[in-house]
Design a protein around this ligand. Structure first.
Ligand code: FES
Length: 569
């Protein structure tokens, strides 16, 4: 049998190996078997991941039955609901925590239990940086309680309710009912095609999550079965030496981008995919992304781009049905996490939820990459969540230089704003506000919302929630805080978007822009200590996935992990 990495700690008869074996046995683990780490993100501060503990127990039992020895350990839990300014600030920290936990400990394989958006993204980034077999395990989607006679879609329906509240269409009793309804949805990830579902599908497409894991309910038997199957599979992967280094391929990455487009997924996925690619030495430039998504119609009818919820997607065949619909637009030779090529896992589209390419939900691509004088390094717009009449639009800028500025003035009756104007929210990029919060989708100004305006063109260097909708050009790079063109826009400037042509321009004379550039000064930051200060110093811009500059590239295996001889020192 091939030597195990953990042999570096436990093999031999000297006093160090003896101490190591004794320490492991205290926790109930058995040296001599493949040691499988189970990284548990259970936290009462993160309702999306609260089900992980039970799944860790199920997977542990399966690991034992498959001949491994499980060791569970806690990791920081990233939840969108309570973390400020954004769970995204801590995505890189958790990716690093997972990588370092693996580096430091006698693990032969590892299961990352994740569910909420950034916990899934962090686990994928960690997987790209470590060199032992890895699988993710998800906890399933939360329930769909009825609100005003309709199942409540996480995020999407809540944003709609917030808009109705702003215009007075939702009374106090309904407002209180909304809170109760959200609380009764229980644990689990958002039940829409938000970032968590999208990143789950990305993980499936990349071969780091067992197929069929997205679109099943939290706490149900299918989630338990997948946790058990993951426990068995990771032991197999250790025996077969199946590492992320061979699993993560350019073909799989390209497939994942197309899957995001077909399902109308979260724009956040493009940041996370770029970060994974940066660590795995894959090509991920925005022009490549633009070309990949341009070839794919919207096939999946799930909120926010459609009408159904994520369990309907699972019932319709999940990713297998999408793969069947996309057919040769994907590289079907890429293997899923179970080891089988996707060609053999494609399930026929069987419901109106997952459509064929001949009968798509929308023939146009779900996303477009745009560039121009307002975003020289690129930006992204989710076309399938935007009003088509705004895909090509020129309007006067109304500039908010920060989220606070936007909140303070947006609903001011004195604000002169028209539905044809372009709302600019700058200062929300990764350096401007560490973590690049989901502040980019400025609400429709109340006065216009009351007149029935439901969409306006918005441009930002920030992000928006995967469950959001609207004509919002996101992730403009370089961002305003580092002197990107968004910092130079003034009220009344004309901004021109042609999403299908891939352009976003600030129609201001170059001489005038040069003058503004000369007088631009960076804003002093309030983030002067701790993780946010370190993050600001090292974070990359959106097209590079907002990873930290010292975490990109594949680490050489020999320096990443403790070799047996070092383990004895
Ligand atoms: Fe956690 Fe949506 S808030 S998955």
């Amino acid at each position: 049998m091939r030597p195990l990495r953990s042999d570096g700690w436990f093999a031999g008869d000297d006093e160090v190996a003896l101490l190591h074996r004794a320490a492991l046995r205290v926790g109930g683990a058995r040296p001599g078997r493949p040691v499988i780490g189970l990284a548990d993100t259970t936290s009462s501060l993160n309702p999306c991941n609260l089900g992980s503990r039970a799944l860790v127990a199920e997977a542990s039992q399966a690991v034992v039955e498959a001949g491994g020895t499980p060791v569970a350990f806690p990791t920081m839990s990233l939840g969108e609901d309570l973390m400020k300014p954004s769970a995204m600030l801590y995505r890189n920290l958790v990716a690093m925590e997972l990588e370092e936990n693996v580096r430091a400990h006698p693990l032969d394989g590892v299961l990352f239990f994740a569910n909420c958006d950034k916990s899934v993204a962090a686990a994928l980034m960690a997987a790209a940086s470590i060199d032992i077999p890895v699988l993710l395990v998800l906890g399933g989607a939360r329930g769909c309680p009825d609100f005003l006679g309709k199942p409540l879609g996480s995020g999407t329906d809540i944003w709609r309710a917030l808009e109705r509240r702003r215009t007075g269409a939702l009374d106090d009793a309904q407002w209180a009912q909304l809170e109760s309804c959200m609380a009764s949805a229980g644990t689990g990830s958002c039940n829409t095609m938000g970032t968590a579902s999208t990143m789950g599908l990305v993980a499936e497409a990349l071969g780091l999550l067992l197929p069929g894991s997205v679109g099943i309910g939290a706490g149900g038997p299918e989630v338990v079965e997948r946790a058990q199957a993951s426990g068995r599979r990771i032991v197999e992967m250790v025996a077969g030496d199946v590492r992320p280094r061979t699993v993560l391929t350019q073909a799989g990455w390209d497939n994942a981008v197309k899957v995001v487009a077909a399902v109308g997924g979260s724009t956040n996925a493009f940041l996370h995919l770029a970060a994974v690619a940066g660590r795995a030495d894959l090509r991920s430039d925005l022009d490549r992304v633009g070309a990949l998504v341009a070839d794919v119609p919207l096939l999946v009818d799930v909120e926010p781009a459609g009408t159904h919820l994520i369990e309907d997607f699972g019932a319709a065949g999940g990713l297998g049905a999408v793969v069947a619909s996309l057919g040769d637009r994907l590289d079907l030779g890429v293997r899923a996490a179970c080891g089988t090529p996707w060609r053999e896992l494609a399930a026929a589209p069987s419901s109106p939820v997952v459509r064929s390419c001949d009968d798509p939900v929308a023939p146009a691509p779900a996303f477009a990459v745009v560039r121009g004088s307002l975003a020289p390094d690129g930006a992204v717009i989710k076309l399938c969540a935007a009003s088509p009449e705004l895909w090509r639009h020129t309007g006067k800028a109304i500039v908010f230089t920060s989220y606070d500025d936007m909140r303070r003035r947006l609903d001011d009756p004195a604000l002169e704003v028209d539905a044809a104007d372009v709302l600019v929210v700058s200062g929300c990029g990764p350096v401007g506000v560490p973590g690049m919060p989901e502040w980019g989708m400025a609400p429709i100004p109340q006065r216009l919302a009351e007149l029935g305006v439901t969409d306006m063109l918005r441009v930002t260097d920030g992000r928006m929630s995967g469950t959001s909708f609207g004509a919002v050009v996101l992730h403009c790079a370089p961002e305003a805080a580092v002197g990107g063109p968004l910092a130079l826009v003034r009220d009344g400037d004309l901004i021109a978007l042609d999403a299908l042509a891939g352009t976003l321009d600030l129609l201001v004379d170059e001489t005038e822009l040069a003058e503004r550039r000369r007088s631009w000064q960076p804003e002093p930051s309030a983030h002067t200590r701790g993780w946010p200060a370190l993050y600001r110093r090292h974070v990359l811009q959106a097209p590079d996935g907002c990873d930290l500059d010292f975490l990109t590239g594949r680490p050489p295996s020999s320096t990443t992990f403790v070799e047996p001889v070092i383990g004895r020192s």
